[in-house]
Design a protein around this ligand. Sequence first.
Ligand code: HEM
Length: 153
Amino acid sequence: MNSMTLSLFLHLVSVVVWVGGMFFAYMALRPVAAAVLEPPQRLTLWAGVFGKFFPWVWTSVGLILVSGFYMLMLIGGPAAPHYAFTMMALGVAMMLIFAHVFFAPYSRLKRAVAAQDWKAGGAALGQIRKLIGINLSLGLLTIAVVFLGRAFA
Ligand code: HEM
């Protein structure tokens, strides 16, 4: 296996874990949790779910960055096709949004759940929901940009 194939494999597995995880959380778990659980159970569930999911997102972010910049170098650096730079810009935006979620509303959610402050927890979860909705859209858009870019390159 050459290093381009290995990098692309790690890149795509990481994208599947991150974007697929956001899709499941947003489209499947969120509406059902909102319909069947009261705030104390619902906020405790989400703090636990994010506690399990976010370390995988950090791992994915690291692998996407390393594999992405390595492949960018292999396919010509500054001479790489435009869609690769669009992907890089969207990818970096997604990573900054994730880092913000992790260090701001997610840490507020954990503190609120520990203190059983369901009002503050609800506010933090609302911000996380909005930001993950944006990141899920950006992730799907990025995949579309890459495939359209390749089709027309
Ligand atoms: C810093 C961020 C990123 C960089 C520098 C980067 C760079 C690259 C490069 C250079 C390739 C190989 C392109 C080619 O061979 O034509 C690639 C492939 C790909 N990337 Fe990224 N990427 C980044 C983030 C992302 C993100 C966030 C997603 C999706 C949400 C993504 C989705 C893809 C897909 C689907 C491919 C496969 C394209 C194919 O070979 O058909 N990338 N990436």
